[in-house]
Design a protein around this ligand. Structure first.
Ligand code: NAP
Length: 304
């Protein structure tokens, strides 16, 4: 068999993975894809036991292990780390995926006739959002992701220590990797979800950069994913606001001026991406942020 066949290039066999937010949405898709491709174990972290169990029931190979964890608590992260460390000697991949949208804090948009709401109205609406609500978004998306990564560093380092000594002419197995789920909202000034969410995802994107540089000396790779629109609990209201019914994964579901691919992201889009990043052929990727948005940030107008 050629080393260039897909089964070799994209093998994730026997990898050990930890993912936060594995009980729903993108985390559930990534879990199902990695399980289906025969990772050894995938630990899914989240606060809701029933959500984690639902992911397990949708996974086919029995590799998924639930761990209750609140990523905004260092104590909870320490306990999750101990629970994982009791069941594996190492982890090859940590996916810091948990996140929240927080309260609606959209920038003002001109009406169809071009008129703008009075600034005082905008100010009152935005100022009425408690600071705690704004901070909560930063706390989960940025601080929580950061402490999740710190918590699991010893098990990532342990994965690197298991790598065989280099052999002439042979490409070694990928080094340990962290993947952080960011968002296209972190780049685009005209993807108007919420001031707190957009700011948090810019910070998350920056975390990918600074952590990939910092941990390069330890052979721990750090990459990021920036999804556009995938149907999930968090994204439901975006679909509803744009009057898009269902999961909208068929061509023509979205107007081209909103998403050039004319559809939302699918399980295959996200599943394929995570399997590739986790696989042998993803081993040369470090410090990257991969945008998976059907072309959305290239084109989205301010009204969306
Ligand atoms: N869907 C999209 O179109 C899209 C686009 C861009 C970026 N993203 C990003 O993708 C990631 C996953 O979001 P999603 O779309 O899949 O939405 P989702 O279904 O709402 O998933 C969010 C997950 O985060 C977990 N979570 C929230 N707070 C947590 C906490 N304090 N501790 C531990 N886990 C926590 C939730 O689990 P529990 O409630 O059980 O704790 C849940 O499983 C997020 O980072 C999001 O910003 C999504």
């Amino acid at each position: 068999m050629s080393h260039l066949q897909a089964s070799n290039l994209f093998s994730v066999k026997d990898r050990v993975v930890v993912i936060t937010g594995g009980g729903s949405g993108l985390g559930r898709i990534m879990t199902k894809a990695l399980d289906a491709n025969e990772v050894s174990k995938i630990f899914i972290l989240g606060r809701r036991e029933d959500a984690l169990q639902e992911t397990i029931s949708q996974s086919i190979n029995g590799t998924v292990i639930p761990i209750i964890c609140d990523i905004t608590s260092k104590k909870s992260l320490e306990e999750a780390y101990k629970a994982v460390a009791a069941q594996t000697t190492h982890i090859d991949l940590l996916i810091a995926n948990s996140g929240i949208m927080g309260p609606s804090m959209k920038p003002p948009q001109p009406a169809a006739d071009g008129s703008l709401p009075p600034l005082s109205q905008i100010r009152d609406k935005l100022f009425s959002v408690p600071m705690d609500e704004f901070n909560k978004v930063l706390n989960v998306n940025v601080t929580g992701s950061y402490y999740t990564i710190l918590a699991f560093l010893p098990l990532l380092e342990a994965a690197n220590k298991r790598r065989p000594a280099p052999r002439a002419g042979v490409v070694g197995a990928p080094t340990a990797q962290v993947i952080i789920t960011s968002s296209v909202a972190g780049y685009a000034r005209n993807v108007s979800f919420s001031f707190a969410f957009n700011a948090s995802k810019s910070a998350t994107t920056q975390l990918v950069k600074i952590l990939s540089t910092s941990f390069a000396y330890y052979s721990i790779r750090v990459n990021g994913l920036s999804p556009g629109l995938y149907y999930s609990d968090m994204a439901t209201h975006v679909f509803q606001d744009a009057s898009i019914p269902g999961q909208a994964i068929e061509d023509g579901s979205f107007p081209r001026e909103m998403i050039p691919a004319t559809r939302g992201g699918s399980e295959g889009d996200m599943g394929g991406l995570i399997v590739w990043l986790a696989s042998n052929s993803g081993g040369y990727i470090n410090g990257n942020i991969l945008v998976t948005d059907g072309g959305r940030i290239s084109i989205v107008p301010a009204s969306y």
